[in-house]
Design a protein around this ligand. Structure first.
Ligand code: ATP
Length: 367
């Protein structure tokens, strides 16, 4: 069932509402997703994620731009092409699963094939295949509502797969599951999508979910794409403070760029001292900047920039401690330390000397 279809979206725009009260849900959205890859679309509520999915599925009419799946144009303003949803070869899995409670597992999954008028023999064969893929074999005759949340989610997936789509769309598919089941199902879904090799777009507002499931990430804000790349690129190299903060916990510390050093390092004056940081070379000396450091990049020993301060709060999170450390000057800094790196549990009031390597201290331009 591997998909050979790449997804290319060019200049997609969509506004709602009457003139004067227009909401621009999508503004010039452009991206390219290679075949058999998963795109994670991430962004705050109202940034246009669902609108994008609905445009891809054909449930919403864009105002401009083009959508191509493989060699086929699904929608193009310029070319006047508007393929209806049923001709797009696109499957969708929703947050609510939208499975039918009065039907059995088999009836739910068979439904898209029966409406197309396939023979009963063919229906049984294809349904059998996908149920095996999603590990629901043996539950064919169960009423769908007798299943666990995770199993219901797999029925929805099976129903989307049975039509053999070239593109699968997921809209927050795990948000109805509890945290533990969500994590397990997410890893399972990721392995499943990789094995299957199907092109997919996965919308979520949960950053960990997007980073886990996706090969490529698109971060949206107010209808625009503000960052795209692999999960690592977006997490470690994004330049926009909004993106850096949206994809993970971070300290954004105000500072002033003092000078450039060899190896592209920048000396930055912060409230509590001068640090050596990594930055884009184009910034002028004297510029007001932000230095971004993720809490997990501090270490209790080693080389690097020093952070001396007192612990003002401690939260135990299992694998480690989430601390706030107040330096001599300036706001408290968020620090995550692993249990295995500490001689004992930190306490409020402890004086700590931590280190962070210049490579993890990134200079950004304030937005
Ligand atoms: P969430 O994460 O909350 O689901 P989202 O990122 O999916 O949000 P969209 O549902 O795509 O965002 O909405 C984008 C913008 O378009 C929002 O400002 C929303 O209020 C607006 N919008 C969406 N659908 C309509 C509609 N049918 N009529 C008018 N405005 C709409």
């Amino acid at each position: 069932m591997a998909s050979d279809a790449h997804l290319a979206v060019q200049g997609l725009g969509k506004a709602y509402g009457p003139p004067g009260h227009r909401v621009e849900a999508l503004r010039d959205v452009t991206f390219h997703l290679p075949p058999a890859k998963v795109l994670g679309v991430l962004g705050p509520s109202g940034c246009g994620k669902t609108t994008l999915l609905r445009c891809l599925a054909g449930l919403e009419e864009p105002d401009g731009g083009e959508i191509r799946l493989g060699e086929r144009v699904l929608w193009s303003k310029e070319k006047g092409i508007r393929l209806p949803p049923e001709r797009r070869e696109v499957g969708m899995v929703f947050q609510s699963y939208a499975i039918w409670p009065h039907m059995t597992v088999l009836e739910n999954v068979a439904f898209p094939l029966r409406v197309r008028g396939l023979s009963e023999r063919e229906v049984r064969q294809r349904v059998g295949q996908v149920l095996e893929m999603v590990r629901l074999t043996g539950l064919e005759n169960r009423p769908a509502t007798d299943l666990s949340g995770g199993q219901q989610q797999r029925v929805a997936l099976a129903r989307a797969l049975v039509a053999q789509p070239r593109l699968l769309l997921f809209d927050e598919p795990l948000s109805n599951l509890d945290a533990q089941l969500r994590e397990a199902t997410l890893l399972e879904l990721r392995a499943f999508l990789r094995d299957l090799g199907i092109t997919a777009v996965y919308v979520t507002h949960d950053r960990a979910e997007a980073l886990t499931v996706a090969d490529h990430i698109l971060v949206m804000r107010e209808g625009r794409v503000v960052a795209q790349g692999t999960p690592e690129e977006v997490y470690f190299q994004a330049q926009d403070p909004f993106v850096v903060g949206f994809v993970g916990r971070v300290n954004l510390m105000e500072g002033r760029l003092l000078a450039w050093e060899p190896q592209g390092r920048a000396r930055v004056e912060l409230a509590f001292g001068v640090w050596s940081c990594t930055g884009p070379g184009a910034l002028p000396e004297g510029a007001r900047v932000l230095v971004a450091v993720r809490p997990e990049h501090f270490q209790p020993r080693g080389e690097g920039n020093p952070l001396l301060g007192r612990v003002v709060s401690v939260a135990f999170i299992g694998e480690g401690y989430r601390l706030e450390v107040a330096p001599r000057e300036g706001p408290p800094i968020r620090v995550d330390l692993r249990v295995v790196d500490l001689p004992r549990a930190p306490q409020v009031g402890d004086a700590l000397e931590l280190r962070v390597a210049p490579a993890w201290c990134r200079v950004l331009l304030p937005s």
